[in-house]
Design a protein around this ligand. Structure first.
Ligand SMILES: *Cc1c(COP(=O)(O)O)cnc(C)c1O
Length: 409
Protein backbone atom coordinates (compact mmCIF):
# COMPACT_ATOMS: atom_id res chain seq x y z
CA UNK A 1 0.00 0.00 0.00
CA UNK A 2 1.24 3.45 -0.94
CA UNK A 3 2.31 5.70 1.94
CA UNK A 4 3.19 9.38 2.08
CA UNK A 5 6.22 10.35 4.17
CA UNK A 6 6.29 14.16 3.89
CA UNK A 7 5.50 16.49 6.82
CA UNK A 8 2.29 18.51 6.68
CA UNK A 9 3.63 20.99 9.23
CA UNK A 10 7.11 21.68 7.86
CA UNK A 11 7.41 25.18 6.40
CA UNK A 12 10.25 26.49 4.30
CA UNK A 13 13.29 27.99 6.04
CA UNK A 14 13.59 31.75 6.53
CA UNK A 15 15.24 33.24 3.42
CA UNK A 16 18.98 33.97 3.79
CA UNK A 17 18.34 37.73 3.48
CA UNK A 18 16.02 37.50 6.50
CA UNK A 19 18.56 35.51 8.48
CA UNK A 20 21.27 38.06 7.74
CA UNK A 21 19.05 41.00 8.63
CA UNK A 22 18.02 39.23 11.85
CA UNK A 23 21.69 38.65 12.73
CA UNK A 24 22.40 42.36 12.23
CA UNK A 25 19.58 43.23 14.65
CA UNK A 26 20.91 40.70 17.18
CA UNK A 27 24.43 42.14 16.83
CA UNK A 28 23.38 45.75 17.46
CA UNK A 29 20.82 44.76 20.09
CA UNK A 30 18.17 47.34 19.27
CA UNK A 31 15.24 44.92 19.14
CA UNK A 32 12.56 47.27 20.47
CA UNK A 33 10.97 49.12 17.59
CA UNK A 34 11.48 52.55 19.13
CA UNK A 35 15.11 51.86 20.04
CA UNK A 36 16.97 53.45 17.13
CA UNK A 37 20.42 54.94 16.65
CA UNK A 38 20.60 58.54 15.40
CA UNK A 39 19.39 58.63 11.81
CA UNK A 40 18.35 54.95 11.85
CA UNK A 41 14.92 53.80 10.70
CA UNK A 42 13.72 50.74 12.59
CA UNK A 43 13.18 47.47 10.72
CA UNK A 44 9.59 47.49 12.02
CA UNK A 45 8.85 50.92 10.52
CA UNK A 46 10.34 49.82 7.19
CA UNK A 47 8.35 46.59 7.26
CA UNK A 48 5.11 48.54 7.75
CA UNK A 49 5.94 50.88 4.91
CA UNK A 50 6.73 47.96 2.59
CA UNK A 51 3.64 45.94 3.50
CA UNK A 52 1.42 49.02 3.07
CA UNK A 53 2.87 49.43 -0.42
CA UNK A 54 2.33 45.74 -1.20
CA UNK A 55 -1.40 45.88 -0.45
CA UNK A 56 -1.84 49.51 -1.55
CA UNK A 57 -2.90 50.81 1.88
CA UNK A 58 -2.22 54.28 3.26
CA UNK A 59 -1.43 53.00 6.74
CA UNK A 60 0.00 49.83 8.22
CA UNK A 61 0.79 48.78 11.78
CA UNK A 62 2.79 45.65 12.64
CA UNK A 63 1.66 43.82 15.77
CA UNK A 64 2.55 40.90 18.01
CA UNK A 65 0.08 38.47 16.40
CA UNK A 66 -2.88 38.22 14.06
CA UNK A 67 -5.14 37.92 17.09
CA UNK A 68 -3.65 41.12 18.53
CA UNK A 69 -4.26 42.85 15.18
CA UNK A 70 -7.97 41.88 15.25
CA UNK A 71 -8.42 42.97 18.87
CA UNK A 72 -6.64 46.25 18.06
CA UNK A 73 -8.91 46.74 15.02
CA UNK A 74 -12.04 46.20 17.14
CA UNK A 75 -10.78 48.66 19.75
CA UNK A 76 -9.83 51.17 17.05
CA UNK A 77 -13.48 51.06 15.90
CA UNK A 78 -14.39 51.75 19.53
CA UNK A 79 -16.33 48.53 20.00
CA UNK A 80 -17.70 48.62 23.55
CA UNK A 81 -17.93 45.88 26.18
CA UNK A 82 -21.11 43.88 25.62
CA UNK A 83 -21.46 45.07 22.05
CA UNK A 84 -22.40 42.37 19.51
CA UNK A 85 -19.80 41.68 16.81
CA UNK A 86 -20.78 39.51 13.85
CA UNK A 87 -18.39 36.85 12.60
CA UNK A 88 -18.29 33.58 10.64
CA UNK A 89 -19.39 30.47 12.50
CA UNK A 90 -16.60 28.62 10.67
CA UNK A 91 -13.31 30.24 11.59
CA UNK A 92 -10.33 29.72 13.88
CA UNK A 93 -10.41 30.27 17.64
CA UNK A 94 -8.42 33.58 17.64
CA UNK A 95 -11.28 35.30 15.78
CA UNK A 96 -14.03 34.92 18.42
CA UNK A 97 -11.18 35.16 20.94
CA UNK A 98 -10.32 38.68 19.73
CA UNK A 99 -13.96 39.72 20.15
CA UNK A 100 -14.14 38.21 23.64
CA UNK A 101 -10.79 39.77 24.61
CA UNK A 102 -12.31 43.25 24.56
CA UNK A 103 -15.44 42.14 26.40
CA UNK A 104 -17.61 42.22 23.28
CA UNK A 105 -20.07 39.50 22.27
CA UNK A 106 -19.41 37.18 19.30
CA UNK A 107 -22.51 36.64 17.16
CA UNK A 108 -22.01 33.81 14.70
CA UNK A 109 -23.24 33.85 11.12
CA UNK A 110 -23.92 30.68 9.13
CA UNK A 111 -21.51 29.60 6.42
CA UNK A 112 -22.40 28.05 3.08
CA UNK A 113 -21.24 24.82 1.45
CA UNK A 114 -18.60 26.96 -0.29
CA UNK A 115 -17.21 27.73 3.20
CA UNK A 116 -18.02 31.44 2.95
CA UNK A 117 -20.34 33.70 4.93
CA UNK A 118 -24.08 33.28 4.27
CA UNK A 119 -25.20 36.78 3.27
CA UNK A 120 -28.88 36.14 4.02
CA UNK A 121 -28.08 35.03 7.57
CA UNK A 122 -25.70 37.98 7.96
CA UNK A 123 -28.57 40.31 7.21
CA UNK A 124 -30.95 38.67 9.66
CA UNK A 125 -28.32 38.49 12.42
CA UNK A 126 -27.38 42.15 11.86
CA UNK A 127 -31.02 43.16 12.10
CA UNK A 128 -31.71 40.95 15.12
CA UNK A 129 -28.73 42.21 17.14
CA UNK A 130 -28.24 45.76 15.88
CA UNK A 131 -24.53 44.97 15.41
CA UNK A 132 -22.45 47.65 13.72
CA UNK A 133 -19.27 45.63 13.11
CA UNK A 134 -18.56 42.47 11.09
CA UNK A 135 -15.28 40.66 11.71
CA UNK A 136 -15.23 38.79 8.40
CA UNK A 137 -12.97 35.75 8.36
CA UNK A 138 -11.69 34.57 4.98
CA UNK A 139 -11.34 31.18 6.60
CA UNK A 140 -8.95 28.81 4.80
CA UNK A 141 -8.70 31.39 2.04
CA UNK A 142 -12.29 31.11 0.79
CA UNK A 143 -13.59 34.56 -0.09
CA UNK A 144 -17.29 35.37 -0.46
CA UNK A 145 -18.55 37.67 -3.23
CA UNK A 146 -16.89 40.82 -1.91
CA UNK A 147 -18.86 43.21 -4.13
CA UNK A 148 -22.17 41.79 -2.91
CA UNK A 149 -20.93 41.66 0.68
CA UNK A 150 -19.71 45.26 0.77
CA UNK A 151 -22.96 46.49 -0.83
CA UNK A 152 -24.93 44.59 1.82
CA UNK A 153 -22.74 45.86 4.68
CA UNK A 154 -23.04 49.43 3.45
CA UNK A 155 -26.81 49.06 3.34
CA UNK A 156 -26.84 47.57 6.86
CA UNK A 157 -24.44 50.19 8.22
CA UNK A 158 -21.86 47.52 9.13
CA UNK A 159 -18.16 48.34 9.35
CA UNK A 160 -16.07 45.45 8.10
CA UNK A 161 -12.80 44.18 9.56
CA UNK A 162 -11.29 41.51 7.31
CA UNK A 163 -9.42 38.60 8.89
CA UNK A 164 -6.90 37.81 6.16
CA UNK A 165 -4.87 35.21 8.03
CA UNK A 166 -5.38 32.85 5.06
CA UNK A 167 -5.62 35.45 2.30
CA UNK A 168 -2.43 37.45 2.70
CA UNK A 169 -1.25 37.70 -0.92
CA UNK A 170 -4.68 36.82 -2.37
CA UNK A 171 -6.91 39.15 -4.39
CA UNK A 172 -10.58 39.56 -5.28
CA UNK A 173 -10.99 40.95 -8.81
CA UNK A 174 -7.44 42.23 -8.54
CA UNK A 175 -7.97 44.03 -5.21
CA UNK A 176 -5.66 42.71 -2.47
CA UNK A 177 -7.50 40.86 0.28
CA UNK A 178 -7.91 43.14 3.28
CA UNK A 179 -8.62 46.22 1.19
CA UNK A 180 -12.41 45.99 0.94
CA UNK A 181 -13.36 46.67 4.53
CA UNK A 182 -12.43 49.52 6.88
CA UNK A 183 -9.52 47.47 8.27
CA UNK A 184 -7.58 44.42 7.08
CA UNK A 185 -5.80 42.13 9.58
CA UNK A 186 -3.10 39.59 8.76
CA UNK A 187 -1.04 37.01 10.62
CA UNK A 188 2.64 36.20 10.17
CA UNK A 189 2.47 33.16 12.40
CA UNK A 190 4.51 30.17 11.19
CA UNK A 191 1.61 28.36 9.48
CA UNK A 192 0.48 31.36 7.42
CA UNK A 193 1.95 32.96 4.29
CA UNK A 194 4.92 34.81 5.79
CA UNK A 195 6.70 33.33 8.78
CA UNK A 196 8.04 35.19 11.81
CA UNK A 197 6.89 32.66 14.39
CA UNK A 198 4.27 35.08 15.68
CA UNK A 199 3.21 38.45 14.31
CA UNK A 200 0.51 40.37 12.50
CA UNK A 201 -0.49 43.49 10.57
CA UNK A 202 -3.38 45.87 10.45
CA UNK A 203 -3.95 48.07 7.38
CA UNK A 204 -6.43 50.88 6.75
CA UNK A 205 -6.88 54.07 4.74
CA UNK A 206 -8.60 55.84 7.63
CA UNK A 207 -6.25 58.24 9.44
CA UNK A 208 -8.13 58.24 12.73
CA UNK A 209 -8.39 54.44 12.86
CA UNK A 210 -4.68 54.20 12.06
CA UNK A 211 -3.73 56.70 14.78
CA UNK A 212 -5.89 54.92 17.35
CA UNK A 213 -4.34 51.59 16.39
CA UNK A 214 -0.79 52.92 16.72
CA UNK A 215 -1.57 54.38 20.15
CA UNK A 216 -3.33 51.17 21.22
CA UNK A 217 -0.37 49.04 20.16
CA UNK A 218 1.78 50.83 22.74
CA UNK A 219 3.55 53.67 20.93
CA UNK A 220 3.98 55.83 24.05
CA UNK A 221 4.61 59.30 22.59
CA UNK A 222 6.92 57.95 19.89
CA UNK A 223 4.34 57.61 17.11
CA UNK A 224 6.29 60.05 14.93
CA UNK A 225 8.82 57.23 14.38
CA UNK A 226 6.28 55.35 12.27
CA UNK A 227 6.43 55.79 8.52
CA UNK A 228 3.16 54.13 7.45
CA UNK A 229 1.12 56.14 9.99
CA UNK A 230 -0.76 59.45 9.79
CA UNK A 231 0.89 62.81 10.49
CA UNK A 232 1.50 63.73 14.18
CA UNK A 233 -1.45 66.22 14.14
CA UNK A 234 -3.88 63.30 13.85
CA UNK A 235 -2.51 61.91 17.13
CA UNK A 236 -2.84 65.21 19.00
CA UNK A 237 -6.54 64.92 19.72
CA UNK A 238 -6.34 61.22 20.60
CA UNK A 239 -3.12 60.57 22.48
CA UNK A 240 -4.50 61.16 25.97
CA UNK A 241 -7.71 59.22 25.38
CA UNK A 242 -6.52 55.97 23.84
CA UNK A 243 -5.13 53.32 26.22
CA UNK A 244 -1.82 51.51 25.68
CA UNK A 245 -2.50 47.81 25.10
CA UNK A 246 1.10 46.74 24.46
CA UNK A 247 1.18 44.44 21.44
CA UNK A 248 4.02 45.76 19.30
CA UNK A 249 6.06 43.94 16.69
CA UNK A 250 9.83 43.96 17.33
CA UNK A 251 12.77 44.61 15.00
CA UNK A 252 13.96 41.00 15.02
CA UNK A 253 10.74 39.65 13.60
CA UNK A 254 10.43 42.61 11.23
CA UNK A 255 13.91 41.82 9.86
CA UNK A 256 12.86 38.21 9.26
CA UNK A 257 9.67 39.33 7.50
CA UNK A 258 10.85 42.13 5.21
CA UNK A 259 12.40 39.90 2.51
CA UNK A 260 9.30 37.68 2.54
CA UNK A 261 6.91 40.36 1.24
CA UNK A 262 8.51 40.19 -2.18
CA UNK A 263 8.12 36.40 -2.16
CA UNK A 264 4.34 36.36 -1.69
CA UNK A 265 3.44 36.46 -5.38
CA UNK A 266 5.81 33.61 -6.16
CA UNK A 267 4.43 31.66 -3.20
CA UNK A 268 0.92 32.17 -4.59
CA UNK A 269 2.02 30.67 -7.93
CA UNK A 270 3.74 27.71 -6.24
CA UNK A 271 0.78 27.06 -3.94
CA UNK A 272 -1.54 27.19 -6.92
CA UNK A 273 0.32 24.29 -8.56
CA UNK A 274 -0.05 22.13 -5.44
CA UNK A 275 -3.70 23.14 -4.99
CA UNK A 276 -4.71 22.50 -8.58
CA UNK A 277 -2.91 19.16 -8.47
CA UNK A 278 -5.07 18.18 -5.51
CA UNK A 279 -8.20 19.33 -7.33
CA UNK A 280 -7.27 17.28 -10.38
CA UNK A 281 -6.46 14.23 -8.28
CA UNK A 282 -9.74 14.32 -6.35
CA UNK A 283 -12.23 15.46 -8.96
CA UNK A 284 -14.80 12.81 -9.74
CA UNK A 285 -14.15 10.77 -6.57
CA UNK A 286 -17.62 9.46 -5.59
CA UNK A 287 -18.83 10.67 -2.20
CA UNK A 288 -16.43 13.62 -2.11
CA UNK A 289 -17.31 17.22 -2.98
CA UNK A 290 -14.65 19.77 -3.92
CA UNK A 291 -15.07 23.44 -2.99
CA UNK A 292 -15.61 25.55 -6.12
CA UNK A 293 -13.26 28.54 -6.50
CA UNK A 294 -14.80 31.63 -8.12
CA UNK A 295 -12.98 33.15 -11.09
CA UNK A 296 -12.80 36.51 -9.28
CA UNK A 297 -10.76 34.97 -6.47
CA UNK A 298 -6.99 34.93 -6.93
CA UNK A 299 -6.40 32.65 -3.96
CA UNK A 300 -3.43 31.38 -1.96
CA UNK A 301 -3.68 27.58 -1.99
CA UNK A 302 -1.90 27.09 1.33
CA UNK A 303 -4.51 24.59 2.47
CA UNK A 304 -7.07 22.34 0.83
CA UNK A 305 -10.63 21.45 1.89
CA UNK A 306 -13.27 19.05 0.69
CA UNK A 307 -16.63 17.82 1.91
CA UNK A 308 -17.92 14.33 2.59
CA UNK A 309 -21.57 15.35 2.39
CA UNK A 310 -24.02 13.30 4.38
CA UNK A 311 -21.39 10.90 5.78
CA UNK A 312 -22.02 9.36 9.16
CA UNK A 313 -19.49 10.49 11.81
CA UNK A 314 -18.14 6.94 12.26
CA UNK A 315 -17.32 6.70 8.58
CA UNK A 316 -15.60 10.09 8.51
CA UNK A 317 -13.56 9.04 11.55
CA UNK A 318 -12.63 5.75 9.87
CA UNK A 319 -11.58 7.61 6.73
CA UNK A 320 -9.42 10.13 8.64
CA UNK A 321 -7.77 7.28 10.56
CA UNK A 322 -7.18 5.30 7.35
CA UNK A 323 -5.51 8.29 5.68
CA UNK A 324 -3.41 8.99 8.80
CA UNK A 325 -2.18 5.39 8.84
CA UNK A 326 -0.81 6.04 5.35
CA UNK A 327 0.90 9.32 6.31
CA UNK A 328 -1.80 11.74 5.13
CA UNK A 329 -2.65 14.12 7.95
CA UNK A 330 -6.22 15.39 7.66
CA UNK A 331 -8.22 17.59 10.01
CA UNK A 332 -11.91 16.99 10.56
CA UNK A 333 -13.93 20.02 11.67
CA UNK A 334 -16.92 17.85 12.54
CA UNK A 335 -15.26 15.86 15.33
CA UNK A 336 -17.10 15.94 18.65
CA UNK A 337 -14.01 17.09 20.56
CA UNK A 338 -11.68 19.85 19.32
CA UNK A 339 -8.26 18.50 18.32
CA UNK A 340 -5.25 20.64 17.46
CA UNK A 341 -6.52 23.69 15.60
CA UNK A 342 -9.98 22.37 14.75
CA UNK A 343 -12.35 23.81 17.33
CA UNK A 344 -15.69 25.10 16.06
CA UNK A 345 -18.30 27.54 17.27
CA UNK A 346 -20.05 25.17 19.69
CA UNK A 347 -16.71 24.70 21.48
CA UNK A 348 -16.37 28.44 22.23
CA UNK A 349 -18.48 28.34 25.35
CA UNK A 350 -17.71 31.91 26.39
CA UNK A 351 -20.01 32.97 23.52
CA UNK A 352 -23.80 32.73 23.89
CA UNK A 353 -24.89 29.23 22.81
CA UNK A 354 -26.56 29.06 19.40
CA UNK A 355 -27.56 26.35 16.97
CA UNK A 356 -26.57 26.87 13.36
CA UNK A 357 -27.91 23.88 11.45
CA UNK A 358 -26.47 24.84 8.08
CA UNK A 359 -22.95 25.31 9.47
CA UNK A 360 -23.28 22.09 11.50
CA UNK A 361 -24.14 20.20 8.35
CA UNK A 362 -21.18 21.65 6.44
CA UNK A 363 -18.67 21.09 9.26
CA UNK A 364 -19.89 17.53 9.87
CA UNK A 365 -18.29 16.54 6.59
CA UNK A 366 -15.51 19.10 6.29
CA UNK A 367 -11.98 17.78 5.81
CA UNK A 368 -9.00 20.11 5.85
CA UNK A 369 -5.33 19.65 5.05
CA UNK A 370 -2.26 21.85 4.86
CA UNK A 371 -0.19 22.13 1.70
CA UNK A 372 3.18 23.43 2.93
CA UNK A 373 5.58 24.72 0.27
CA UNK A 374 8.06 22.03 1.31
CA UNK A 375 5.82 19.68 -0.73
CA UNK A 376 6.89 19.29 -4.35
CA UNK A 377 4.34 18.93 -7.19
CA UNK A 378 5.12 15.18 -7.40
CA UNK A 379 3.91 14.71 -3.81
CA UNK A 380 0.41 15.80 -4.72
CA UNK A 381 -0.72 12.81 -6.85
CA UNK A 382 0.46 10.46 -4.08
CA UNK A 383 -1.60 12.30 -1.45
CA UNK A 384 -4.62 12.48 -3.77
CA UNK A 385 -4.45 8.75 -4.57
CA UNK A 386 -4.32 7.84 -0.88
CA UNK A 387 -7.31 10.08 -0.12
CA UNK A 388 -9.32 8.73 -3.06
CA UNK A 389 -8.61 5.12 -2.05
CA UNK A 390 -9.45 5.73 1.59
CA UNK A 391 -12.67 7.54 0.62
CA UNK A 392 -13.58 4.52 -1.48
CA UNK A 393 -12.82 2.13 1.38
CA UNK A 394 -14.77 4.12 3.97
CA UNK A 395 -17.67 4.67 1.59
CA UNK A 396 -17.83 0.91 1.03
CA UNK A 397 -17.54 0.02 4.71
CA UNK A 398 -21.21 -0.83 5.14
CA UNK A 399 -20.57 -2.31 8.57
CA UNK A 400 -19.84 1.13 10.00
CA UNK A 401 -23.21 2.46 8.98
CA UNK A 402 -26.14 2.33 11.36
CA UNK A 403 -28.38 2.57 8.28
CA UNK A 404 -27.11 1.56 4.85
CA UNK A 405 -27.37 4.81 2.94
CA UNK A 406 -25.39 4.70 -0.28
CA UNK A 407 -23.28 7.84 -0.72
CA UNK A 408 -23.56 9.24 -4.19
CA UNK A 409 -22.70 12.73 -5.28
C1 LIG B 1 -4.07 32.01 12.46
C2 LIG B 1 -5.34 32.71 12.33
C3 LIG B 1 -5.55 33.98 12.85
C4 LIG B 1 -4.53 34.76 13.66
O1 LIG B 1 -3.75 33.97 14.39
P1 LIG B 1 -2.50 34.39 15.29
O2 LIG B 1 -1.99 33.06 15.70
O3 LIG B 1 -3.06 35.19 16.41
O4 LIG B 1 -1.55 35.18 14.46
C5 LIG B 1 -6.75 34.59 12.61
N1 LIG B 1 -7.70 34.01 11.88
C6 LIG B 1 -7.55 32.79 11.36
C7 LIG B 1 -8.65 32.22 10.52
C8 LIG B 1 -6.37 32.10 11.56
O5 LIG B 1 -6.22 30.88 11.04
Amino acid sequence: MERFTGSFTQQEPIPEAGIEAAMAVLRHGRLHRYNVAPGEVAETALLEEEFAAYVGAKYCLALASGGAAMACALRALEVQPGEPVLSNAFTLAPVPGAIASIGARPVFVEVTEDLTLDHGHLESQAEATGARVLLLSHMRGHVCDMDALMALCNRLGLRVIEDCAHTMGARWKGVPSGRHGAIGCYSTQTYKHMNSGEGGFLVTDDAEIAARAVLLSGSYMLYARHRAAPAPEVFEGLKLDVPNVSSRMDNLRAAILRPQIGMLDDRRARWRILYQGMEAGLSGVPGLRLIPRPQAEDYMGSSFQFLLPGWEPARVAAFVAGAAARGVELKWFGAAEPLGFTSRYAHWRYAAPVTLPQTDQVLAGLIDMRLPLTFVPDDVPVIARIIAEEVGKAAGAEALLPVATPVVE
